[in-house]
Design a protein around this ligand. Structure first.
Ligand SMILES: Nc1ncnc2c1ncn2[C@@H]1O[C@H](COP(=O)(O)OP(=O)(O)O)[C@@H](O)[C@H]1O
Ligand SMILES: [Mg+2]
Length: 393
């Protein structure tokens, strides 16, 4: 499953943006405050809306009036198109919601999930809800059969700020809704902070690396105990990717923790890396994240270059590419031209603010950049030369 396009209207600094033909890896650049984090948060907003409801998702962001683009009254709109494998077809599915304020309460004005049979068939609305009630098609499984007619069922959800996707997406028979729901629920953003990861972690249990990475020792422990082969791969990759670390060994201690021995020293406590450099720890964290036995279908990573030595960037980008080639989609924000040197123009989007409103352009839509890249210039070098109009590293 892969997201192919995203259209957002009236969501914070995005009065109207549209990203099409999204690649498996998309890299976002732009000055502070242009909206890179906001873009990732569109998925966070959807996830909160699904796990709770739209009202809570808005409240977590300061309420409707903070979320809607300043000066706008029109509804918030989010539309995502994704490619979904259903049987032997992979239709382009559209999920769209419109959120407005009614009597000072947020309501889902419209929620649609639709796709068409073949390139030209009429699109079927598998979900079509207005303010908490609507209909769903119940015979999605016979959709491929060209003779079949849609069978509908009226449905309601408990309140007009609850997404139908939350309810119907739980049922296997609503295939596209079910898998889109899973995609949004397992979306993950990584905003790794060394200081958090170095803090002492209470005993506990964690399978997935948290947003800021503070549970890193627990995730390492989990992999060590339950997925030793993956854990060994991570150790081996550390040795390959981080110069100076020629060997990493893990040893069980008597009190049940793991002790990591880097080539030139050994560290106790879920490898509190008191003696290990920031770059080493950060690379280790990314390797854990990217080797998660249950990878996130959509992974957003904030500024991975922080605290990492530039010599590690190419390896890290390779790891992102590996992850993407196994089916995970990756979105990265960066301020580093050195990172951009390993990224292709069609994978780069740049954000720029004009009068408080963000525009997003794709590097491969710029003829001059394409020309220079053909001659062998790397994207980061072009960025440094100021050729990404208005956006300077
Ligand atoms: N409701 C809104 N309308 C317009 N702009 C907004 C709104 N809410 C926040 N912003 C702006 O969005 C920006 C936040 O951008 P952010 O996503 O943190 O940028 P980046 O991650 O690129 O540094 C800030 O400049 C803020 O003023
Ligand atoms: Mg940011």
């Amino acid at each position: 499953m892969k997201i192919e396009s995203l259209r957002v209207k009236n969501f914070k600094a995005f009065k109207e943006v549209k990203l099409t033909n999204l690649p498996a890896i998309a890299v976002f650049i732009g000055a502070n405050g242009t909206g890179k984090t906001t873009l990732f948060d569109v998925f966070g907003f959807l996830r909160d809306s699904l796990q709770e409801n739209v009202k809570v998702a808005l409240q977590r962001r300061g309420g409707f009036k903070e979320v809607i683009t300043r000066g706008e009254t029109a509804p918030i709109e989010i539309e995502i198109k994704f490619r979904e494998d259903i049987g032997n077809a992979s239709p382009l599915v559209t999920y769209a919601i419109t959120i407005a304020l009614e009597n000072n309460q947020p309501v889902v004005e419209r929620e649609i999930l639709k796709y068409r049979r073949g390139e030209r068939g009429k699109s079927w609305h598998f979900l079509d809800f207005k303010k908490g009630s609507g209909m769903a098609i119940t015979n999605e499984s016979s959709y491929e059969d060209r003779q079949s007619k849609e069978e509908r069922e009226e449905q309601t959800v408990d309140s007009p700020d609850i997404l139908a996707l939350k309810g119907l997406g739980q049922f296997q028979r609503f295939k596209a809704a079910n898998s889109f729901r899973k995609l949004i629920e397992s979306w993950h953003v990584s905003d790794f902070h060394i200081s958090d990861a170095r803090g002492t972690q209470e005993a506990g249990y964690a399978e997935h690396l948290s947003m800021r990475g503070e549970n890193m020792p627990l995730v390492a422990q989990y992999l060590f105990e339950n997925h030793r082969d993956i854990f060994n791969t991570v150790l081996q990759k550390m040795a390959e990717r981080v110069p100076g670390v020629s060997k990493v060994e893990a040893v069980d201690t008597d009190d049940g923790r793991i002790l990591l021995k880097f080539q030139d020293g050994s560290f106790k406590d879920p490898f509190i890396a008191r003696y290990v450099s920031d770059g080493t720890i950060k690379m280790f964290a990314y390797l854990l994240l990217l080797h998660d036995p249950k990878p996130h279908p959509l992974l957003c990573v904030e500024e991975p270059e922080n605290q990492l030595y530039p010599s590690l960037f190419s390896g890290l980008v390779e790891e992102f590419r590996d992850y993407a080639s196994k089916g995970g989609q990756v979105m990265v924000s960066t301020h580093s031209p050195d990172v951009l040197n390993y990224i292709e123009l069609k994978e780069i989007f740049w954000l720029q603010k004009c009068d408080g409103i963000t525009k997003i352009q794709r590097a491969s839509d710029n003829a001059q950049l394409v020309e220079l890249a053909k001659e062998g210039d790397l994207a980061g070098a072009l960025w440094k030369q100021g050729l990404f109009d208005g956006v300077h590293p």
